[in-house]
Design a protein around this ligand. Structure first.
Ligand SMILES: Cc1cc2nc3c(=O)[nH]c(=O)nc-3n(C[C@H](O)[C@H](O)[C@H](O)COP(=O)(O)O)c2cc1C
Length: 110
C-alpha cells in the first residue's frame, strides 16, 4: 500500500481505515463485500467462458453444506454459488427462455 502511494503514510493510513470500515466493521458488511466481489468475479468468468464458446449456468439452489464438506472447505471459506460450464449440444432443444423485463421497465436514467 505504502509503495503504491509513493510512501505517503497519511494516504496509506486513510486507506487502511477506510478498508477496515468497509470490509471489517461488522460481520454483515464483511460477508456482503466478499459476496459482492465473488459475484462480480463469477459474472466475469461467465462472460470470459462465453467468449471461448463455453456456456455457463450459475446455481444457488445447491447443497452448500454438502459441497463445503466434499471439497474440504474451512469454516471461513464461504461458498457463494456454483457455476457449471460446458459446450452447448446443438442436437438438444432448450426450453423457451422465460420472459425478461425490459431495460426501460427496470431502469431510470438520471
Ligand atoms: C444467482 C443465481 C442462482 C441460480 N441458481 C440456480 C439453480 O440453483 N438451479 C438452476 O437450475 N438454475 C439456477 N439459476 C438460473 C440459471 O442459472 C439461469 O440463469 C436460468 O436458467 C436462465 O438462463 P438464461 O438467463 O440464459 O435464460 C440461477 C441463476 C442465478 C442468477
Amino acid at each position: 500500500m505504502l509503495t503504491s502511494v509513493r510512501g505517503n503514510t497519511e494516504i496509506a493510513s486513510g486507506a487502511k481505515q477506510a478498508a477496515a470500515f468497509l470490509y471489517g466493521s461488522s460481520e454483515k458488511r464483511k460477508v456482503k463485500f466478499a459476496e459482492s466481489n465473488a459475484s462480480l468475479l463469477a459474472m466475469s468468468q461467465m462472460i470470459a467462458a462465453k467468449n471461448k464458446g463455453v456456456d455457463s449456468h450459475p446455481m444457488s439452489g445447491i447443497d452448500f453444506e454438502g459441497i463445503q464438506k466434499e471439497f474440504g472447505l474451512k469454516e471461513s471459506e464461504n461458498l457463494v454459488m456454483v457455476i457449471s460450464l460446458g459446450y452447448f449440444d446443438a442436437s438438444k432443444q432448450l426450453y423457451p427462455r422465460k420472459p425478461r423485463r425490459l431495460f426501460e421497465d427496470i431502469t431510470t436514467i438520471v
